[in-house]
Design a protein around this ligand. Structure first.
Ligand code: GLU
Length: 304
């Protein structure tokens, strides 16, 4: 199978969709990103790399960072984490407050914002510098020492993220944050502001396709059981409340972010990342989701 050619064909095919989505504007800094960016990359566990379009250009990874913070929190807190965060799809927008009220402050899963705030709180309770630790983990995983926060994006969200702030204080009112809400929010906004390319993201999540071992360093990031936990959460909770539709169309565990990136993994084989900033109504990259759907349909490769 000629993967490079398939990616090139898909890139051409989804071009007409680039302006059908809406670039996220609730974080002012993200609204400035051109809607016609489009990149896609794939890395196999045995070292092959394929890339097309803007695959080497860095973008704001936003909620894709929730993979890395969950990975760290699972290592730090083990099963105790699940007393404070659930493992079910929310069926609600990623930044909804309603469910938190009637479920007594326990977020449905670690990939909605409320869940990620609790995950960040867990990290802060174990480490002095959560921001630097998460950044370093990502740097080591992708092998790039200059991967960094975009401080203008972090400040932009700090200035306008009133809903996340409401959520953090709400969690605190249920005693589901140990640290001060502002400290949790500061770390969370920084994690979301990491900028990475499709190629770097593919490398960084490849351990999820490789039984927990990072192919680049040979380091064991987590056990194969923990990889099973994260991949199943990605499949059931990773792509907002369109997660059922994403699983139906794409058939791979994946995580999207409002910066327009989506990473997906095929356990035992490869990681795949697409970036196109225009989002659909659920917050997933519109052209990006289509590109992944075309890839799994055309190659016949998916977890099903
Ligand atoms: N920083 C964004 C927020 O909290 C992340 C959202 C996302 O990518 O899903 O609203």
């Amino acid at each position: 199978m000629d993967i490079q050619q398939i990616l090139e064909e898909i890139l051409a095919e989804v071009q007409p969709l680039l302006h059908q989505g809406q670039v996220a504007s609730y974080i002012p800094q993200l609204a400035a990103v051109p809607a016609d960016k489009l990149g896609m990359a794939l890395r196999t566990v045995d070292g092959s790399v394929y890339a097309v379009g803007d695959a080497a250009e860095r973008f704001s990874i936003q909620s894709i960072s929730k993979i890395f913070t969950l990975t760290l929190a699972m290592q730090l807190a083990g099963d105790a984490l699940w007393q404070r965060v659930g493992r079910e799809p929310s069926g609600n927008p990623f930044n909804s407050l309603i469910q938190l009220e009637y479920e007594n402050g326990k977020p449905r899963n670690p990939f909605i914002n409320a869940g990620a705030l609790v995950v960040t709180d867990v990290i802060l309770s174990h480490l002095d510098d959560a921001k630097a630790t998460v950044r370093n983990i990502v740097r080591v995983l992708c092998g790039k020492a200059d991967v960094d926060f975009d401080l203008t994006v972090a400040r932009s969200e700090q200035a306008t993220g009133h809903r996340n702030k409401a959520m953090a204080y709400f969690l605190k009112s249920f005693s589901n944050l140990d640290n001060e809400p502002e400290r949790v929010l500061d770390a969370y906004f920084h994690h979301c502001s990491l900028t990475m390319s499709c190629l770097e993201l593919c490398e960084a999540v490849l351990f999820l396709a490789n039984n927990g071992i990072a192919p680049l360093s040979g380091d064991m990031v987590m056990s194969s059981s923990q990889v099973k936990y994260i991949n199943s959460l990605l499949l059931t909770c990773g792509t907002y409340d369109a997660v059922g539709d994403f699983a139906y169309r794409v058939g791979l565990p994946g995580k999207s972010g409002v910066g327009g990136g989506i990473v997906a993994v095929m356990p035992g084989h490869f990681s795949l990342c697409v970036w196109s900033p225009g989002l659909d109504a659920s917050g997933n990259s519109l052209a990006g989701t289509k590109a992944l759907e075309l890839f799994t349909t055309r190659t016949g490769i998916s977890v099903f």
